[in-house]
Design a protein around this ligand. Structure first.
Ligand code: MN
Length: 148
């Protein structure tokens, strides 16, 4: 029932996991910890941490994300909008909306992310989807990891 904070954004009795299986969806240097999950909860709360210069998968799905940056700074893409994000900022990702988070170059960026416990699998962009996203120069700079 009670799991103390250890250090460096880890908690007692919470496994430090790979973000996703290697060789599947593209991402770079992300870890995952499931903080709250269980039969009596209809949501899960996870903590993800992106190493400097790393990023989550560019994806969309039919479930929504409610996220809070817990440490560090970076940039996020939600739909066609690129934003600089900072510790304690809140991010809502609506359903079927392309999204990705990228950590800044100097420190890890960690964020809490709430999702439905029962949810659909993420979809990856097709070549056409990617082309449409890259047509926006601001989005292109973001996706190429060039935001500083
Ligand atoms: Mn997602």
């Amino acid at each position: 029932m009670f799991r103390p904070f250890k250090k460096d954004f880890t908690w007692q009795d919470v496994d430090l996991l790979a973000y996703k299986q290697e060789g599947g969806a593209p991402f770079k240097d992300v870890t995952r910890q499931v903080l709250f999950s269980g039969d009596d909860l209809k949501s899960e709360l996870r903590y993800f941490e992106i190493a400097p210069g790393g990023h989550t998968t560019l994806e969309r799905h039919e479930h929504v994300h409610a996220a809070m940056i817990l440490r560090g700074v970076g940039h996020c893409l939600v739909g066609n909008e690129v934003r600089a994000v900072h510790t304690h900022d809140l991010i809502t990702v609506p359903l079927l909306t392309w999204h990705q988070l990228r950590a800044g170059a100097d420190e890890p960026m960690g964020f809490l992310c709430m999702v439905d416990a029962i949810r659909d699998k993420p979809q990856l962009p097709s070549k056409d989807d990617l082309e449409a996203l890259l047509a926006d120069p601001i989005v292109a700079v973001f996706l190429q990891g060039e935001n500083k």
